[in-house]
Design a protein around this ligand. Structure first.
Ligand code: HEM
Length: 543
């Protein structure tokens, strides 16, 4: 017994010594690499050999609200070191690999447009429980090309236009709910309602299916949302969050719930497809089936391997298509209602294009979706809101012998780094944008000679280049319709003052209480956006 105890102790000690040795070896390796970059004169905040930039980042995080999104960090550093306005390194090992944070459009152009660096494999940590290993966001090379070309027709302008009536129907339900809140006058959380709306819209676009989550409980959307709540990016500092032993079980259960809902839908669609020989539909599910059957005309069934990838893609589209769009709608509302002159101009444009009778606008857009192309000021507002609140970023993995080059000629090697194409950092960079912190939709309407004219490649909420967002047009159309059907009918005011207690709860980021919080991928409005709604445009509503 004593012999076995001794053996176990020796084994335990050896494992501990190996782990400790590996830790210090990696610490030395990473810190030496970052130090060598520093010695070459490359920009970074003050670096400690023991802590890297961890203490420095922690000091920034501490000054922000506890749940503020990570997209703010690069901008906060630029504010402290104004000369670091193109790119800089950040060594956060062992929480994650060192980062090269790029906050200048020329560098992002090199990252995603002129070159194709692979996606950061860390994205899998977040996306795998949601959409498996094989999904359009994380795929590379020929597999990505194959699937992107299958889905592109589902996001063409003409197809999106055909989706408008379905979107209008769902927005009508949303309006009814807004009206109920206006009638009670009580404070409520807009995010929950907006998420239900956008997930219903995406269900229509991606699957030609109505989840009806705005009206009743839906197990698929509930499982997806729960999966998101349990998601992790893998770079949490909080070890309890990082190593939560329950996560894999919750993930498996939610995956089972989603598959239980989606599998029969997929099978039914396949049966219809077989019966009719083809499908005129262009939803993601139909496009996947069409592609398979075009390549395998004599197939009697869909192989499991193909079905699994197709369903993973569907889950990805439902996630990517609703989460970001809901946040964008709320941030746009927030900026609009805080700028009454801009709001008045948007309302005037809607009246001019859709007529003064507000309830008529839904039927009008259903029969004439092209009217959406006549709302330039509304589009300018949406673009400017995306500039102020870009909710996503581009993560790529650095490569040996690949550097990003600043306009000054300074070269930023990417090897051994995650490269963050930081949309928030670019959009708020005062060396790039005139009056970067102000909400100025007119910058999207002035000509090239004007000081406010947007610099080339500087607006990138949907990224640019071949891996840009496939759903950009869909999201823009959706937001346009939501605004066109609601901003004249309602007045929305945030209720943060009422919601906030004392202490940190009421903290702001860059002076804004409506800041982006982390949690489920992209930035979300803080605290679910507590607000109140009032009815406006009453004469027109009744008229
Ligand atoms: C406010 C709305 C949205 C924002 C801000 C947004 C943002 C982005 C960004 C920045 C990327 C590129 C990420 C990278 O380069 O690593 C991306 C990719 C993607 N987005 Fe979106 N997105 C939005 C809406 C949508 C919608 C509505 C859909 C689908 C219905 C969608 C599906 C996708 C997919 C599938 C990709 C991967 C494309 C590829 O790699 O080929 N997104 N999105």
């Amino acid at each position: 017994m004593a012999f076995i105890d001794g053996l176990a102790a020796r084994f335990g000690f050896t494992v501990f010594a190996v782990l400790l040795g590996t830790f210090f070896f990696n610490l030395y390796r990473v810190r030496s690499h970052v130090r060598s970059l520093q010695k070459q004169g490359l920009p970074m905040p003050p670096h400690s050999f023991l802590f890297g930039h961890l203490k420095f980042v922690a000091s920034i995080v501490q000054e922000m609200p506890p749940n503020a999104h990570g997209v703010y960090i690069a901008d906060q550093i630029r504010q402290r070191f104004p000369e670091m306005n193109t790119a800089f390194y950040l060594d956060i090992w062992p929480v994650g690999k060192p980062y090269l944070m790029a906050i200048h459009p020329d560098l992002l152009y090199q990252l995603t447009q002129a070159n194709q660096l692979p996606k950061d494999p860390g994205l899998q940590t977040f996306l795998k429980p949601l959409a498996g290993r094989q999904n359009l966001v994380t795929m590379e090379g020929s597999a990505w090309k194959y699937w992107r070309s299958i889905f592109n027709p589902g996001f063409s302008a003409s197809h999106i236009s055909s989706l408008v009536p379905g979107m209008v129907e769902k927005i009508e339900i949303f309006k009814k709910k807004m009206q109920e809140h206006a009638n009670t006058g009580e404070m409520f959380f807009l995010e929950e309602m907006a998420l239900n709306l956008t997930i219903d819209i995406i269900g229509g676009a991606v699957m030609d299916h109505d989840f009806q989550s705005q009206s009743k409980y839906n197990d698929m959307t509930s499982a997806l949302r729960n999966q998101l709540k349990w998601s992790t990016t893998g770079i949490e500092i909080n070890l309890l969050l990082k190593l939560n032993i329950f996560r894999p079980f919750v993930n498996m259960y939610n995956t089972w719930r989603m598959d239980r809902y989606l599998n029969p839908l997929f099978d039914n669609r396949y049966t219809t497809f077989q019966e009719k020989g083809t499908s005129p539909r262009k939803s993601v599910i139909d496009l996947a089936l069409k592609a398979y059957l075009a390549e395998n005309p004599s197939a009697q069934s869909i192989p499991d391997a193909f079905k699994q990838v197709a369903i993973a893609q569907i889950k990805l589209f439902i996630f990517a298509g609703h989460d970001t769009t809901s946040s964008a709608v709320i941030f746009t509302y927030d900026l609009l209602y805080k700028h009454p002159t801009i709001l008045a101009r948007v309302r005037a444009e809607h009246t001019a294009v859709l007529g003064p009778n507000i309830p008529n606008a839904s039927a009008l857009l259903t029969s004439k979706p092209h009217l959406l192309n006549h709302l330039p000021y509304t589009v300018a507002v949406i673009k400017e809101a995306f500039r102020i609140y870009p909710t996503v970023a581009a993560l790529r993995i650095g490569q040996p012998d690949f550097s990003l080059v600043a306009p000054s000629g300074q070269r930023f090697p990417t090897e051994n780094c995650i490269v963050l194409g930081d949309h928030y950092g670019v959009h708020h960079n005062p060396s790039v944008w005139a009056d970067a912190e102000s909400f100025l939709p007119e910058r999207w309407l002035v000509d090239e000679t004007h000081a406010l004219y947007p610099p080339k490649n500087a607006w990138r909420p949907f990224e640019k280049g071949p891996r840009n967002c496939i759903g950009m047009e869909l999201a823009m159309t959706e937001i346009k319709i939501i605004l066109a059907l609601t901003v004249r009918a309602f007045g929305i005011g945030d209720a943060y003052a009422e919601f906030d207690g004392s202490g940190r709860k009421g903290m702001k980021v860059n002076g804004m209480r409506t800041y982006m919080v982390r949690g489920t991928g992209g930035g979300h409005p803080a605290d679910g956006y507590p607000c109140r709604v009032v009815l406006e445009g009453r004469e027109e509503v009744e008229g």
